[in-house]
Design a protein around this ligand. Structure first.
Ligand code: SAM
Ligand code: DTB
Ligand code: SF4
Length: 334
């Protein structure tokens, strides 16, 4: 089906309106569009709400690495898998602030702090609040991803000045059980609800390339696009395969993911969440420039910048600078 035919059927899509009632049929039909039609539509909608030359730049830091009790099948930081990552304590405040300072000096506008916790203790939240206050004082936006939160913890983080909280749905509700057994989809929705109610911006997306089917990608995007309010930031991660995790071992090993299908996932996210910033998230280290360029054309407008994600490599800064220069992209002002 062409976009024209599609839009005769669904005229609201063409307007780039924010809708929270997307159906799986509509999302499946977007995935099925001929690639040029899908890209054209994603571009058109991207330009209604954003300057296509701007990319939001975030830097990640793992403030508490490894030893996580959860069993997320993709994750190198789960204590259940032998990935060579050893458990560390929460970083000291001054060391975190030194990293934030360096991130700002290198051009990032947001600093994201990640911790390998199932859920933080109240004492942990207090320590992270001190980090948030310090990072904000440097003039950076703040983001944290600490696992499941209670409503009270979310309010406390908001009080400290937290701008964004990252908590991903990861995949479709149906495939979820094949990836994580130690917390439910509903647990994730509950945390997102607490974050939203506390007035913190929501960063929520997922991972592709975990052996899911096309219908699971439809289901993941549908779950995101039918949240009561769209996440302000939507990270789309390509699985980073880490030796020792179930997704790289034996029968559950997943084959390399088709880059074009990845670009399609970004484009569909852009179309159905027109005002959200869509992040081309993990997986860029393994991606060539051409694929990344297609992701930007598909409406991605955020990246993680700096040589490390949480525990795995990300492109070196100079490589990203060259790519941004080649494509004429510039950092988005906060
Ligand atoms: N422990 C907290 C939690 O899971 O909520 C926060 C940190 S956790 C590492 C944040 C997100 O990183 C996960 O939800 C997942 O989407 C993403 N992630 C982790 N390992 C990944 C991998 N190998 N490839 C791609 N994304 C990954
Ligand atoms: C997200 O969606 N991706 C980031 C961030 N949120 C915290 C994490 C990617 C982690 C990749 C594996 C690693 O480096 O450990
Ligand atoms: Fe733990 Fe988060 Fe990794 Fe899951 S994704 S094992 S919760 S650090």
């Amino acid at each position: 089906m062409s976009v024209a035919a599609f839009e005769t059927d669904k005229p609201s899509i063409g307007l780039g309106l924010v809708r929270n009632d997307w159906t799986r049929d509509e999302i499946r039909a977007l995935f099925a569009l001929p690639f040029p039609e899908l890209m054209f539509e994603a571009q058109r909608i991207h330009r209604m709400h954003f300057d296509p030359g701007e990319v939001q730049v975030s830097t990640l830091l793992s403030i508490k690495t490894g030893g996580c009790p959860e069993d997320c099948a993709y994750c190198p930081q789960s204590a259940k898998y032998d990935t060579g990552i050893k458990a560390e304590k929460l970083m000291a405040l001054d060391a975190v602030l030194a990293e934030a300072h360096a991130a700002k000096a290198s051009g990032a506008s947001r600093f994201c702090m990640g911790a390998a916790w199932r859920s933080p203790k109240d004492r942990d939240v207090e320590n992270v609040c001190a980090m948030i206050e310090g990072v904000k004082a440097l003039g950076l936006e703040t983001c944290a991803t600490l696992g499941m939160l209670t409503a009270t913890q979310a309010k406390r983080l908001k009080q400290s000045g937290l701008d964004y909280y990252n908590h991903n749905l990861d995949t479709s509700p149906e495939y979820y059980g094949a990836i994580i057994t130690t917390r439910t989809y509903q647990d994730r929705l509950d945390t997102l609800d607490h974050v939203r109610s506390a007035g913190i911006h929501v960063c929520c997306g997922g991972i592709v390339g975990m052996g899911e089917g096309a219908e699971d990608r439809v289901g993941m995007i549908a779950a995101l696009a039918t949240l009561p309010v769209h996440p302000e930031s939507v990270p789309i991660n390509m699985l980073v395969q880490v030796e020792g995790t179930p997704l790289t071992t034996g029968e559950t090993r997943t084959p390399p993911f088709d880059p074009i299908e990845f670009v399609r996932t970004i484009a569909v996210a852009r179309i159905v969440m027109p005002k959200s910033v869509v992040r081309l998230s993990a997986g860029r280290e393994e991606m060539n420039e051409e694929t990344q360029a297609l992701c930007f054309l598909a409406g991605a407008n955020s990246i993680f910048y700096g040589p490390k994600l949480l525990t795995t490599p990300n492109p070196e800064r100079d490589r990203d600078m060259r790519l941004m220069d080649k494509l004429g992209l510039r950092p988005m002002e906060p």
